[in-house]
Design a protein around this ligand. Sequence first.
Ligand code: ZN
Length: 480
Amino acid sequence: MKLQSLLKQSVVVVLFSLTQLAAHAESEFGQQFEKIKLAASDEQLYQLLYEMPKGGDLHSHSSGSGYSEWWYEQALAASKQGYVYHTRIKTNNCRDYGHQAYKGAAPYYLMFYTITSASLASLPTCEQAEFKPLAELDAKERAAWENSIRLDKPYEGRDEFFQTHWQRLGDLDANPYVTAEIVYLNLKAFGDEGLLYLEPQLTLQGYQRPDGSTFSPSEAASIITGRLSRQDALDTGMTWRFQEAILRFLPNAEESLETTYKIVAENEDWVAVNMVGREDDDKGHPLRFLETLRKLRQQYHGVKLSIHAGEVDEPNFHIRDTLLLGADRIGHGVNLINDPETLREMRHGPYLVEVNLISNLLLEYVDDYSQHPFPEYLRIGVPVALSTDDRGMWDSTLTDEFYVAVREFNLSWTEIKLLSRNSISFAFLPEDVKNELLATYDKRIAGFERRISRKGVAALNKKSAPKRGFICTRYELCGI
Ligand SMILES: [Zn+2]
């Protein structure tokens, strides 16, 4: 017992000395932050990171960032626009064995597959009986529905996410009014977390009316931007721009890329093109798009590219090839660590890696954080920023990403500020808007430092920061 306590004490002394050493390069507040990390409880550190002013989120999918309860509430609220949703709560074995496909998108047996009344009417009677109106789910069914689009079980991982979550959303994900509300709710929630800027990825292609007919991209755009021009959205104080995303592995991805490029070139609120979809599907490999992009660049100007690359287990040259495509930002970049040439060239370079720590863990691109290359990128000078990817499905927040980064990688205050400034500096915004946001961030963070430097964590609000599932279960921060 004595030996243990002695050992514990020496560990604290060693840690403290190391911290002192590391803090030499830090500002006065940076040195205070080193002490806070050692002395504060987990709850206090989380509270500090929640209240801390932040920059932007440069990697957030509009659909994946909707929390389950938002989806449910917005699905019901969409009855105002004439949408009535039904979800599969049982199967009656209506199909011949071996015939599982449904419209080529979701497998027949998929529970909580959600569709409109128009889609329901097109099904055979036997299958119609498998569905229940979403508005009529009992408490148990509603909880199960909400769980079905949340990646929160140890046995759920990459396949659950890529092959069932999106498919379950079904027609709900093709409703521009629901999308607009979810973007608004995100602006509000991110604003509450101290962010200034959001650049969600969405697609304007394929939105549907209640009867199944399709909205044009410009009709969908005006529904979404119309919603965001309302007072409650302006009150969030957030600046936003959109990226138009395409699924890279589909057979018609080149054609889709051309439409996407045109949308961005012609709509000032849409600033960039992104290519998404699981990278272990080789059909979407980067160089497939080189010729199309070169053709498009002959015609259009001002279209930026941020592309998912390196979100894969195997070593490959997807990041190198994606830079050749013209991308200024790389989404994830997990396997950049396995491509030394490109890694070296990206040091202190003009390209940013959008790092998604929680996503990478839950989708099994790392088994634990000791495998994550983020600290290596950060500390050899590759520009990086933290982002949330599909936080609705992880049930997490940007504060959680900072908490993970501080806890797992011992971030300094200088590093925290660099991450936040990067998330504005690398935004696809005009220089004057960017400079304004940077000035606001600098002012806010200086004010925060003054507040904390006087009284330490005692200066934090008494009202506890809201916490969601990921941080509650993984870091046991919710006192359960
Ligand atoms: Zn992503």
